[in-house]
Design a protein around this ligand. Structure first.
Ligand SMILES: [Zn+2]
Length: 115
């Protein structure tokens, strides 16, 4: 590894730079943490986005038959949330489209029923 302060090459086990005396423990720990925490956080974000996309799709489908104004609205929100978190699959798009259809369809139904 290299000293974060002066760039001198050091043995991997070094805790202090032999050249400038700076502590090299901190950068070493940070890179250690990043190498484990970053993929885990990415994985968590992807899992969360996938869950939002699934919720959007399920609400979109169920909302077609039941409580479409509410479930369609939830589907659109969840689909947007999934996309914002980097979800790229078709589930979020399908959930979004179904949610919009649910809300519009049920709105028309309500207007027809109560007018
Ligand atoms: Zn140094």
């Amino acid at each position: 590894m290299f000293c974060a302060k002066c760039g001198a090459q050091l043995p991997d086990t070094a805790q202090f730079c032999a050249n400038c005396g700076a502590s090299v423990l901190q950068p070493y720990q940070q890179s250690y943490q990043n190498s484990f925490q970053q993929p885990y956080q990415d994985y968590q974000a992807a899992a969360h986005a996938n869950r939002a996309a699934t919720t959007a799709l399920v609400c979109g489908i169920v909302g077609f038959f039941f409580a479409g104004l509410i479930l369609g609205f939830i589907a659109v929100i969840q689909a947007n949330s999934a996309k914002k978190q980097g979800y790229m699959g078709g589930k979020a798009t399908a959930g979004f489209v179904l949610g919009v259809i649910d809300v519009i369809g049920w709105a028309i139904l309500m207007i027809m029923l109560f007018s």
